[in-house]
Write a protein that binds this ligand. Structure first.
Ligand SMILES: Cc1cc2nc3c(=O)[nH]c(=O)nc-3n(C[C@H](O)[C@H](O)[C@H](O)COP(=O)(O)O)c2cc1C
Ligand code: SF4
Length: 483
């Protein structure tokens, strides 16, 4: 993972924990409405992909265990991981792109309801993503994958030479010479790996995205509703299709790019179709970025505009993340695919303990506050969910008191200790197992390996019935907590 130059080392610092009375009187543990649904408390576990589905995208026992464990901590809201809306193979990522996925998702919804004793509302994050390939071997790329163009021929002064010879000529060039012959995009395909972009309108299926995505998202939302899941979160964040439409890098000229209005058009059309399908009484919101955190990307000013548009359109909540883009990702090794959390924007998405002067905690608070104020000034009360490095009651409460957010999200802290909100609520904050923000879990995610927390393997190993990962080394769920 990318690290800031300063490399200042931070320890988790939750501050003082509240007494039961203080917690009971707090904003954090007060209810909030998301459209027609009420969260009992303003605590939220954002989406985290744990790579536990079957290769065909079905819910497994491991998936049920993962969400059951979070539900036992009774957060106000719990979001099911990014779940694919298309009926295409996507490895062990959950899917909702066909009715055959409904029974598994229904079991998941029942499990969460049972484990939280009805206290937690369950949402599902619906995602679309474009194709990405592994970084190719140089020889294979130049001999097979690269399409030889007139431009290459002209630059090599080889108009009349047969293609195979041109390829051999390219093979004989060093990196610097290739820089002069290949286009920026071809160099990217060679050095990072081929990746489809929403601006590739020369590809019919990319050009067509605005026509197919509203229906695909609407179908997925309808299945979520049928499965008994309490609401839908449209994934408009990070490195994926919808965030790429919102990004300033989207220069499509078909009315779905360029200006702010053009970039937000498809996300609004998707929402409108989803709303039409699920009706007014079913909570639908989105997760999007307060800042792309990349050169030339979307800034908080754009995100303020998007927030108002989403609120005006009738979204029931806005969950804000930041960064997590492909554009500044680290070059993968040959044979591996780029991972969007390896550059500075990745760091902004999941800030770790080696940080800069600001530190890893609460980097998203100020931008969220600006977005919330803009939404409110426009006359909307749409709840804003703030996430990023939050692991203490005082900071959470301060976010709410200062008007920088309405709901507090904690992803890694909730993984480290799924009972933490409950412990704090019961005045037992001292018992919270604190996330160290060293991103062991994120490393597993990068390799698409079953995600676990390193802290789970340090205590209560004699607990009966513990499940371990296939290598027998890691427990698959957090230690139990007896109230
Ligand atoms: C293992 C892992 C998987 C994640 N998967 C998703 C995901 O599916 N969708 C999403 O929007 N964010 C995902 N995230 C980002 C988190 O939701 C969250 O925004 C980020 O970790 C920062 O919050 P935190 O500091 O509370 O952990 C993931 C994070 C981790 C650590
Ligand atoms: S592995 Fe555990 S302690 Fe480390 S960052 Fe992830 S959740 Fe936090």
């Amino acid at each position: 993972m990318w690290k800031p130059l300063e490399r200042v080392k931070y320890e988790p610092d939750p501050g003082l924990w509240p007494t039961v009375a203080e917690a009971s009187n707090s904003l954090l543990f007060s209810p909030v409405k998301l459209g027609c649904v009420t969260l009992e408390q303003r605590t939220w576990v954002p989406a985290m992909v744990p790579w536990r589905a079957t290769e065909d995208g079905f819910v497994t026992e491991n998936v049920l265990d993962w969400y059951e464990r979070f539900a036992k901590g009774r957060p106000g809201g719990l979001v099911i991981e990014a779940t694919g809306i298309r009926d295409v193979p996507s490895g062990p990522l959950l899917r909702i792109g066909h009715d055959r996925f409904i029974p598994g998702l229904r079991e998941l919804a029942d499990t969460v309801r049972r484990a939280s004793e009805g206290h937690t509302k369950l949402f599902i994050q619906c995602i679309d993503f474009l194709a990405i390939r592994r970084r190719p071997d140089k020889a294979k790329f130049l001999r097979q994958f690269l399409a030889i163009t007139d431009e290459h021929r002209a630059k090599l002064f080889s108009e009349d030479i047969e293609e195979v010879k041109i390829r051999e000529l390219l093979m004989s060039l060093n990196d610097q010479q290739l820089d002069d012959i290949l286009t920026t995009r071809e160099l990217e395909d060679l050095r990072i790996g081929y990746r489809e972009k929403v601006i590739d309108v020369q590809l019919p299926h990319i050009k067509n995205l605005p026509h197919v995505l509203p229906e695909l998202f609407a179908n997925a939302a309808e299945r979520a509703q049928e499965s008994g899941i309490d609401g839908v979160e449209l994934h408009y964040a990070h490195a994926y299709t919808m965030a790429s439409f919102l990004s300033r890098l989207n220069n499509r000229e078909d009315g779905y790019g360029g200006s702010l209005e053009g970039r937000v058009r498809l996300p609004l059309e998707v929402f409108s179709k989803v709303r039409e399908r699920v009706g007014p009484d079913y909570p639908v919101g989105c997760r999007y970025l307060s800042d792309d955190c990349i050169t030339g990307g979307t800034t908080v000013n754009d995100a303020m505009y998007f927030g108002v548009q989403f609120a005006r359109a009738g979204m029931d909540f806005l969950s804000l993340s930041r960064g997590g883009k492909f554009e500044d990702a680290k070059q993968p090794k040959v044979g591996e695919a780029a991972y969007p959390y390896t550059g500075r924007s990745g760091y902004e998405c999941m800030p770790a303990h080696l940080s800069d002067e600001f530190g890893p905690f609460g980097r998203n608070i100020e931008p969220c506050g600006r977005i919330r104020r803009m939404v409110q000034e426009a006359g909307f009360e749409t709840p804003i969910i703030v996430t990023g490095g939050i692991h203490g009651f005082n900071l959470a409460e301060q976010i709410l008191n200062d008007g920088n957010g309405d709901i507090v999200g904690a992803a890694r802290q909730s993984m480290a200790d799924p009972d933490w909100f409950r412990k704090v609520h019961l005045g037992r904050g001292e018992e919270v197992r604190l996330c160290t923000y060293t991103n062991y879990c994120e490393g597993l995610d990068q390799k698409h390996k079953l995600v676990t927390c390193k802290l789970w393997d340090r205590t209560e190993l004699e607990e009966p019935g513990i499940n371990f990962s296939s290598d027998g080394k890691r427990r698959t769920t957090a230690p139990e907590w007896v109230e």
